[in-house]
Design a protein around this ligand. Sequence first.
Ligand code: NDP
Length: 462
Amino acid sequence: MSEHLAKQRSTLVIFGASGDLTHRLLLPGLGTLLRQRPHHDIHLVGAAADDLSEQDWKQRVADALCEGGCSADRSTAIVAGTEYKRMDATDATALHQLLTELADPERPIVLYFALPPTISQRACEALARIDLPPNLRLAIEKPFGHDLESAQKFNKLLTSLVPEEQVFRVDHYLGKATVLNLIGLRFSNRVFEPTWNATNIERVEIITDEQLALEGRAGYYDGAGALKDMLQSHLMLVMAMVAMEEPAAIDQLELRDLMVHALRATHLWADDPVASSRRARYTAGTIGEREVPSYVDEPGVDPSRNTETLAEVTLEVRNARWTGVPFRLRSGKALGDGFRGIIVKYRPIVHPVSGFHNAPEPNVLAIGIAPETISMQITTNASGDRWDLEQTVLHSELGESPVRPYGEILDLILSGDPLLSVRGDMAEECWRVLGPVLAAWHNNEVPLEEYRAGSTGPTTWR
Ligand code: NDP
């Protein structure tokens, strides 16, 4: 189908061309996009402070597009046309020169800031000092600010540069496959849609447990920690999709309005930042065959920062559908199990039939994100003695999307559709909810516990 779509011309400037995100996720994602949707006609520009030669950049692009499965013809054309600019992204004169060189009314310009967050903000401050073309789009990586006040300030700056619809705050957990799978499952199944409420659901858990430890990313992670890195952005947004009302259509206005509507109703459990949150940090241990050092002994870590590598917060969505249902968000590094997804625990049935040897267990729905899976635990009669009840799991693998999450994100940015981008008010609501937890942790009102790398978390948490 995509071959018949009108050509979509654009110029994509990646600031941070020599960085990890560009190399590992953005360019290979672009490769999968160009393989599946050849109507994108892209002039690619890489920019970084690094002294990378144009030849090195072209080689990186060629390798990454190949890894993403882009055809040799497309890859050759993109590589031939791509340029590398050595520049400081926070220099207003250099930005002005770049935008003047790239100006073309037929090609919207996307400035993708794959930069450390403070540098992205300074680059946007520099953009405020120069004239900008009307067809400019800004793609910003998370985290968006470091608290509510800084997020509000950054949002104000961004919308002084371009309209909100031209700002793309990227959160790769909002990949198209995840969003569509969740909406499809919730609203296309009569077994789920009418039961998706506090009458039937006892609690919801949204989890991203990683087996990966720090992996050399102290420079960024030690200043952020699990709560800012994962809960404030990714998990809060997934929670909003689990809790939101039914969209009339899957478009950017409807989806983002409904997500922020759910976020506005969200509060810490019992409004208590201390009782509703827990934090911990890993000590030395083994994950599979790997020996993992204690977090505090990882290169670049400052132990006095008290950075948590495991964070947990319990929330309540205070509306008619959800009041009284705890939504527990948890994310951690160096854990033994790597589950990422949503677990919906149903309430016990209202009245168990008498006569069976045992009582039925409540249903549990597990929705896996990356890999995309669905498992439903139901009660059935045991194959041996029919008077026994047992648990049966119905499991389905949803298959991988041919376009990787960063490919989907780029597809929408290059098409000018902010469907999956985090709107300014959504980012602010996430900080509003979790701000009191950050303050309580900063004041040491919540103990920083420990867990062995490779375990399931602190033993006291079970
Ligand atoms: P890196 O440190 O690997 O890369 C940062 C890049 O920014 C480098 O290319 C660096 O160039 C460049 N840079 C720094 N200062 C300037 C400047 N003043 N002008 C021009 N270029 C500059 O970071 P990551 O790629 O890991 O992260 C980038 C962003 O992406 C962050 O916001 C992060 O949170 C986000 N992100 C990263 C993910 C990942 O897995 N890496 C996943 C999801 C989001 P030089 O080396 O020359 O200084």
